[in-house]
Design a protein around this ligand. Structure first.
Ligand SMILES: Cc1cc2nc3c(=O)[nH]c(=O)nc-3n(C[C@H](O)[C@H](O)[C@H](O)COP(=O)(O)OP(=O)(O)OC[C@H]3O[C@@H](n4cnc5c(N)ncnc54)[C@H](O)[C@@H]3O)c2cc1C
Length: 429
């Protein structure tokens, strides 16, 4: 494996250097002439292993990395983002040095997931972030030493985020879980029955967080402050509680990143890219692995990445690989059932709450319209920097609107990149 400059063509292109992408690269390296893995981050690891080898604590990450080190046909290129597909089997990429086109023969999409953020009064105050968002900031070096942090939302990610905060010297004032104790008990029973490894991980996290006040059946109804966050109000059962804090990390689940699959016309169903038993999409020569074809975590990403990598070089997976994927997908189903976004969260957003924070559009302004397209045309919602990635998903959940459509370039880009896209400039700036 070599850290490389971006080539102009490759046999196999893998988008994403997270667990799925790294597993796919190792499997495909055996028979492919060139495997190129690209990622917009400056280091490999994706979300869970963010920060690169020096920061990894998971043995599997190091094993994969060491095995890849012996594969001289694998190139890793960082700081590169796909923004468009100007021709069949060709992408336009944006790098720090300008735009460049890259053609590929086979493609494996391992683009991961992003957080679902839901609006509530005060959610746009500085100091309020997504749960995984805060974790990513801390892994990227943001100091939280001595800061009082509330972690809210739903799902096991809250425990992982709280552990990251404590390890970085922050103080977690409370974990605020939306689901009821009955839901959580059912989840733990199901883990005990079929996923004991995950149960042990959860118990280990609870042990590390033993001095943290864990509240279930609770939600943040308001974040307070003028220039920055000073505190939050919670609804805990039928009690209203006020807490002081410096940071609020609030996450309501994950959503697959669909941009590349949509750009290529792959079939999307229920918010994920559709795959067959070999991780193949409905488009020839395109496979998908990991969160992009269904939220499920690192075990699912590793198993699917391996199977997709083999499929791209014409090999079939062993029974053991299939069994690993089946088990990981069962855990994904359990997560989905246990931590489905709670309907009651729709009520958190008040009429004057901003839903599109890029263009300052409130819930009241949006409710005057019947669908995303009209609301976008009349209010500019979704036309700002995030291009509807945050408010579009929130409107889908709150108003039942269809997901926003996608146009090239799929991410905000420099004008010089647009010039390459429209054919008025050469490949390199
Ligand atoms: C913010 C966040 C924090 C998380 N923290 C945890 C945690 O602590 N513990 C846990 O078990 N799970 C965590 N998860 C869940 C996580 O998604 C999985 O555990 C695991 O990382 C999934 O692996 P993956 O390879 O499918 O995707 P990822 O690990 O997300 O990797 C996808 C990679 O694709 C790259 N990418 C996407 N689009 C493009 C593009 N257009 N061009 C170039 N590169 C692109 C991204 O930069 C990313 O590095 C987190 C998820 C999120 C969103």
């Amino acid at each position: 494996m070599v850290a490389a400059i971006l080539p102009f063509s490759t046999d196999i292109l893998i988008i994403g250097a997270g667990p799925a992408g790294l597993a796919a690269a190792l499997a495909a390296a055996e028979l492919s002439s060139t495997v190129t893995v690209i990622d917009e981050n400056p280091a490999p690891g994706g979300q869970i292993w963010r920060g690169g080898p020096a920061t990894w604590r998971d043995r599997r990450a190091h094993d994969l990395w060491q095995a890849l080190a012996n594969c001289l046909n694998v190139r890793m290129v960082y700081g590169v983002r796909i923004v468009a597909a100007p021709a069949e089997k060709e992408f336009l990429l944006e790098t720090a040095d300008g735009a460049q086109k890259l053609s590929w023969n086979k493609l494996i999409i391992c683009s991961g997931a992003r957080e679902l953020l839901l609006p509530f009064p005060g959610w746009t105050l500085p100091g309020v972030t997504g749960a995984g968002g805060l974790q990513a900031l801390i892994k990227g070096g943001m100091p939280v030493e001595g800061k009082r942090v509330a972690v809210a939302g739903s799902g096991p990610l809250l425990l992982a985020v709280a552990e990251t905060v404590i390890r970085a010297g922050g103080q977690v004032v409370s974990i605020i879980e939306t689901k009821s104790s009955k839901n959580l008990r059912q989840f733990f029973w199901a883990l005990l029955k079929s996923h004991r490894g995950k149960l042990l991980q959860a118990l280990k996290l609870f042990w590390q967080l033993k001095f943290v006040h864990y509240r279930h059946d609770a939600r943040v109804v308001k974040a307070h402050g003028e220039q920055r966050l000073l505190g939050i109000s919670l609804q805990h059962g039928d009690k209203k509680i006020d807490l002081s804090c410096d940071l609020l990390a609030c996450g309501f689940g994950l959503l697959p990143n669909l941009e590349i699959g949509t750009l290529l016309g792959c079939q999307i169903r229920d918010g994920s890219i559709v795959v067959d038993a070999n991780q193949a999409t409905t488009r020839a020569d395109v496979w998908v692995a990991g969160e992009a074809c269904g939220i499920g975590g690192v075990d699912k990403a590793l198993a699917e990445g391996h199977i997709a990598g083999l499929a791209a070089i014409g090999q079939t997976a062993e029974q053991d690989d299939i069994a690993r994927r089946t088990h990981a997908r069962q855990f994904a189903d359990l997560l989905r059932q246990s931590f489905a976004t709670d309907d009651s969260l729709r009520k958190l957003c008040k009429s004057d709450t901003l839903v599109c924070r890029c263009e300052d559009v409130s819930a009241r302004q949006l409710r005057e319209h019947d669908d995303w397209r009209t609301a976008k045309l009349m209010t500019r919602a979704g036309m700002g920097a995030c291009q509807g990635r945050i408010c579009g998903a929130a409107c889908q959940f709150m108003f039942g609107w269809e997901a926003p459509g996608l146009r090239q370039p799929v991410f905000p880009t420099k004008t010089s990149t647009l010039a390459v896209l429209s054919g008025t400039a050469s490949n390199i700036e």
